[in-house]
Design a protein around this ligand. Structure first.
Ligand SMILES: *[C@@H]1O[C@H](CO)[C@@H](O)[C@H](O)[C@H]1NC(C)=O
Ligand SMILES: *[C@@H]1O[C@H](CO)[C@@H](O)[C@H](O)[C@H]1NC(C)=O
Ligand SMILES: *[C@@H]1O[C@H](CO)[C@@H](O)[C@H](O)[C@H]1NC(C)=O
Length: 365
């Protein structure tokens, strides 16, 4: 035995070098194989990409895969950016600023928004996990999960109902939630989106828009992009309230990064925005070297993911399947901002500003 180990240790340098190269080549090939496996499977299963437009179940299946497994980082970052861009519309930022939640309760407000949206989107994955744990899970338990997006959207509508928000502003927000992720993934993802994936993103958000009672939602993805274009041109304008709600949001996002990032963040942020948004916030145009640096960082991320990172096998979600049995509250599976906004967990009915909390929550705590 010792002889054998000695032999291995004293292999010629050249031999070890070859071994290392072979392992690396095999690893990269495996990454490539697994990276494309999921999407190829979906494409074989659904040769016609338009099926995601008219079949809700297919749209959810594809959306779950694209958002949760294939591009979790870009999907979340682009949604955060989408939300941020809505603040460059004065009619939106004025209402938000007037609520006061941006200057005082930034963390809670961000968490309320994030958790309501996560509740609206995660139910498909909850059901998949329940089925995996127990193949004959009861319909009752499944329905319980499917009800969560409805509760979340009812809550969202209740809170929005307290403010005079125009249909156009709702629609612009919806268009950004659809168009930004598609734009960012196509630009910086390790591959471009397949048509079935853009269609799935469109359909899932379209349905949310319908449940939010938004009127005149464009019927196709092209029209949605066109709407974004027109509305942005007509409504993104400078107003002091824009940056007043923008800045606290940036500061909150920065908590996720090391301190030294803070000093360069304000130089870098405009590079992720369109010129009209930059003017809307009253920021300086990014210097060309900053634009190049940001582009380079995202490209580096793309190459790294493409060659070296194995894909996720289970989708990344934030909301748990079951509430804590004692408190009947849901505990987020991970925190985004260092400290939790709801250390004891949350109840969907109570998300949102404290002053709009239901007097009596339908769920006993
Ligand atoms: C997510 O969608 C994929 C299809 O792309 C499906 O196979 C999977 O079961 C779903 N959920 C999980 C747990 O990944
Ligand atoms: C699931 O089905 C198996 C047999 O098909 C049965 O033994 C088991 O009790 C069922 N479990 C539940 C939770 O219904
Ligand atoms: C929305 O429209 C604006 C204005 O033309 C444009 O700058 C922006 O890139 C568009 N967003 C997307 C995601 O296409």
């Amino acid at each position: 035995m010792m002889d054998f180990i000695n032999l291995l240790l004293h292999q010629s340098k050249q031999y070890r070098y070859k071994l290392g190269i072979s392992a690396a080549v095999i690893y990269v090939a495996l990454v490539r194989y697994f990276r494309y496996r999921q999407i190829n499977k979906l494409k074989r299963k659904y040769p016609d990409p338009t099926i995601a437009l008219y079949d809700r179940a297919v749209a959810e299946e594809v959306f779950n895969n694209t958002n949760g497994k294939e591009f979790p980082f870009l999907a979340r970052t682009s949604l955060e950016l989408a939300l941020f861009k809505t603040y460059a519309v004065p009619s939106i930022s004025k209402i938000l600023h007037a609520t006061g939640a941006f200057s005082k309760q930034t963390l809670k407000r961000a968490e309320d928004t994030g958790l309501i949206l996560a509740e609206a989107l995660d139910s498909y994955e909850h059901v998949q996990r329940l089925k995996k744990q127990n193949p004959n899970v009861s319909q009752e338990e499944i329905n319980e999960q499917l009800e969560r997006p409805n509760i979340a959207l009812t809550r969202l509508n209740e809170i929005h109902g307290k403010y005079p928000i125009s249909n156009g502003d709702f629609l612009y927000t919806l268009s950004l939630f659809i168009c930004e992720p598609i734009k960012w993934i196509n630009r910086y993802g390790w591959r471009k989106l397949e048509p079935i994936e853009s269609n799935a993103i469109f359909r899932v958000w379209y349905d949310i828009g319908v449940k939010m009672n938004i009127q005149d939602i464009p019927k196709t993805l092209e029209d949605m992009f066109a709407f974004n274009e027109t509305y942005a041109r007509e409504n993104v304008r400078y107003a002091p309230s824009n940056w007043k709600v923008g800045k606290p949001t940036v500061d909150l996002l920065l908590q996720r990064f090391p301190k030294f990032i803070e000093s360069i963040a304000y130089t870098v942020i405009p590079a992720a925005l369109e010129p009209m948004d930059i003017k809307g916030f009253g920021l300086d145009m990014p210097k060309p070297w900053v634009l190049r640096m940001v582009h380079f960082s995202f490209s580096l991320h793309r190459q790294f993911v493409y060659y070296f990172m194995l894909p996720r096998m289970t989708a990344l979600i934030r909301t748990p399947i079951k509430p804590d049995p004692k408190t009947k509250r849901y505990k987020p599976l991970y925190d985004l901002y260092g400290e939790p906004a709801y250390p004891n967990g949350y109840c969907i009915y109570e998300l949102g500003p404290d002053k709009f909390k239901p007097l009596k929550c339908p769920v006993p705590h």
